[in-house]
Design a protein around this ligand. Sequence first.
Ligand code: ADP
Ligand code: MG
Length: 686
Amino acid sequence: MKQGNIGVTSENIFPVIKKFLYSDHEIFLRELVSNAVDACQKMKTLASVGEYKGETGDLKVNVAVDEKAGTLTVSDNGVGMTADEIDKYINQIAFSGAEEFLDKYKNDANAIIGHFGLGFYSAFMVSKEVEIFTKSYKDDAPAMHWSCKGDPNFEMEECDKAERGTSIVLHIDDDNKDFLKESKISELLNKYCKFLPVPVAFGKKKEWKDGKEVETSEDNIINDTNPAWTRKPSEMKDEDYDKFYRELFPYNEPPLFHIHLNVDYPFHLTGILYFPKVTNNIELQRNKIQLYCNQVFVTDSVEGIVPEFLTLLHGVIDSPDIPLNVSRSYLQSDANVKKISNHITKKVADSLSDIFKNNREEFEKKWDSLKIFISYGMLTDDKFYDKAKTFNLFKNTDGKYFTYDEYKTLVEPNQTDKDGNIIYLYTNDTEQQYSYIETAKNKGYDVLLFDGQLDMHLASRLEQKNEKTRYVRVDADTIDKLILKEQPEAVKLEENDRLNLTEVFASQCPKNDKMEFLVSMEALGENNLPVMITQNEFMRRMKEMSASQGGMMSFYGTLPDSYNLVVNTDHEIVKALLAKEKADCADKIAPVDAAIADLKKQIADLNEAHKDKKSEEIPEAEKEQLRNLNNDLAAKENEKKQVLADFAAGEDSVRQLIDLAMLANNMLKGEALGRFVRRSVEFIKK
Ligand code: ADP
Ligand code: MG
């Protein structure tokens, strides 16, 4: 019998394994099963190159739990190990610079195991003792038994073992009894070993007999050794891809498209990515890409390995070239990972482009479910943007789809303003903005439908990337100003009348801290509505962005929503209202106006006299006089406002017109709506 010390250069690794690797204990099973798979594959290789002349038999891995004995056994009929090989591969562990590294990665078992090649030793995370029974394929090598109780000492001796291969027996420690449960092991095998390339048996298949579940003699193979992504794309039909998707995500809706990745140079990468039907909640879509390394499951959180927007895709990536056993921060800076990530982005863009070119009808049909994914990509990845801009589609309110270029060609002739900007009109709500859409269409304009979560963000990006391009919501202004082609017709009102009428309407606008109204007069033609409400594009977007981003933008968030109340001076109701205002108020306003004019003149005269003087040269009495004059002026102006407000309050039509405009924008709610309805009934009675 041989006894010895495990060849760790600086320290006893066992406390380390137990103490530090508490987070991912379960991966020991992956490590042991993949070692067994490796041993089987080496056997196959040796046979195929003629180095081994005997029968390999059916190469297979067996996993068994014995809850009573407290053991978990992983066995294989692979190459096995000679005594020398055990010495070399198991007993000698290179283990330098350990402490520093361990401290850094103490929560990342993957990193530690990978760094030290501790795959086998991960068994000690869950075991109080580990035994190896192994017989090499080499004819003259005796079978060996190795055991170790989780301290630096091991024992090794010859033993009886007739068949070629290795059995690793774990004596599970008391803290990890979970791993003796069949259901637990079954779950872990399903998670980590589902697609390993060598059959893995876990017990026997069961069947129902006379109302009872009984074991059959057939092995219960838990894996698919030839998963879809390892096959040649040319051998795969659409059904095969769909079937594989169901295997991965049994509860998901069928995907829209798939991409089969198959790269040999400059790195190895295979995989299948599916475009899911994206639901409104994009967060639910994430973490559906599984990362494999030679068919061994590694992780299903691929952030840092693929660009963020691609994490919305579902499927499998398999690459031996992604350094899996390292920390995430290392991954993100790894050059290979960057290359792979760029490659995947390119492949995804190319295949979308192909589908678009070869089957546009299909592409359009799926567009609505695909859109958010593509927008997300264009917003977060410039390389993807450049490719996607050729197949990113616009949908208009008639349900027609256009590429950016197609749409530009369509609207350029009619929707270019006097400064050469192409104005893309959009709505985010066809019901709410119905009348504005109609008005725009009657003018020969086209209106886009931007009802997606990211549409506005993408519109801002398109404005940045394309010169002379503006996106304007249909209700951002009155129709002639929406796309300003020439100076709009001047309002044919005397200045005083314009100011008074403005005051009449301003006095009756809703007053609260959520909305703010700016009243203006425009000549919109006698057939247009008498009063309209618009919302400035810039201000609205700032508010929307502040709602979604906060931070710097939160200043805008504190402002009330600002609206324009546009009064159409061409409309007969407005004309009549102005006439009535003049008739009713002239007598009251005339003396106030005269007083105002007088005060203004006195103020102007005083200011003129003080023009060239320094403050200290002006007599205190004159300063006092100026202050009084200004106060008087403000009082008089208020008096005038009050006259106009009293007039407006007595004219139900003013409130009625404002309420109608609000109603058209779905802004009339609650008490205001109730008052409007009652007032309307009174109007009908008249
Ligand atoms: P790695 O798999 O990265 O080489 P491990 O610690 O998992 O590191 O295994 C160390 C070595 O032990 C393997 O390279 C292999 O030579 C040997 N070994 C482990 N398990 C088996 C097995 N089931 N059959 C044959 N050799 C094995
Ligand atoms: Mg290993």
